[in-house]
Ligand binder design. Structure first.
Ligand code: FE2
Ligand code: FE2
Length: 263
């Protein structure tokens, strides 16, 4: 089983970047399944039903979310008719949609789970470890976890603890791809962060001027998405055996559809 996991998609430029490259990468890499984090796809915060559908029509098989899962409130209603959407499993006070779903890929099952981390995050959530422990007994052998969190060590601790019990723990949320991809001894692949699908040379997908105004000059500037310039697509490709053990993890870093070399 070959799975592509794409990092946080930010704005229209991110949606376009993904739809531009997906047909060719699917063919070239002989992908069986594509997962993408869509928590920032709609105006930088949240995911509208229209943009969810755009991703599915572009060839994404499963869309995961994060702390911005309900920044577009309509999701609380449309998640019930979005079978390829996986919202954080450990949020409180909302039972709609699903935080862990099984997908049939050929004759094999793939479970996708979305978990929100806790360190340096504002949201109050149920324990990621306890939530995962509740999900595991009914999950399939091939199981991909999108661990959406700020702290690299928290993500590594979670992945190490569940090594051998899930196929991969892929970090999201920071919008910066890390170079620490690895497969642990038990067969669980890990990377601290898959990265960004959006504008290259931006501030994690947002326009530099507004970010500078906010941080350097303390102005009450509104963050705007950088919607022009070069498009970046970040992610990882996983090779997973039928028993759920991952045999390889490879980073994907494309700029305008071409592999990044320098800068
Ligand atoms: Fe994000
Ligand atoms: Fe996030």
């Amino acid at each position: 089983m070959r799975i592509l996991f794409l990092g946080d998609i930010v704005g229209h430029i991110g949606l376009r970047a993904v739809s531009d490259v997906l047909p060719s990468i699917r063919q070239k890499e002989r992908l069986d399944f594509v997962i993408a984090n869509g928590e920032n796809a709609s105006g930088g915060f949240g995911l509208t039903e229209e943009d969810y559908q755009y991703l599915i029509d572009s060839g994404v098989d499963c869309v995961t979310l994060g702390n911005h899962w309900d920044s577009k409130k309509q999701i609380r209603e449309y998640c019930e008719r979005a079978p390829k959407l996986v919202r954080p499993a450990n949020i409180l006070y909302f039972d709609g949609g699903s935080g862990s779903r099984k997908f049939l890929v050929g004759e094999k099952e793939v479970t996708v789970t979305n978990i929100l981390g806790t360190a340096f995050m504002k949201e109050t959530v149920a324990s990621p470890i306890v939530t995962m422990g509740e999900i595991l007994p009914s999950s399939s052998a091939i199981h991909i976890v999108d661990y959406h969190a700020e702290s690299t060590s928290e993500k590594a601790i979670f992945a190490s603890y569940f090594d051998g019990r899930v196929s991969a723990v892929i970090g999201t949320h920071t919008h910066v791809q890390t170079a620490d991809e690895t497969v642990y001894p038990g067969g669980t692949a890990f990377i601290s962060d898959a990265g960004l699908c959006g504008a290259h040379q931006s501030v994690i997908g947002f326009d530099k001027a507004g970010a500078i105004d906010k941080m350097v000059f303390g102005r009450d500037a509104k963050l705007k998405i950088k919607e022009d310039g070069d498009k970046v697509v970040n992610g990882v490709i996983l090779d997973i055996a039928d028993n759920g053990k991952t045999t390889s993890i490879k980073r994907v870093y494309l700029i305008n559809g071409k592999e990044k070399n320098n800068g």
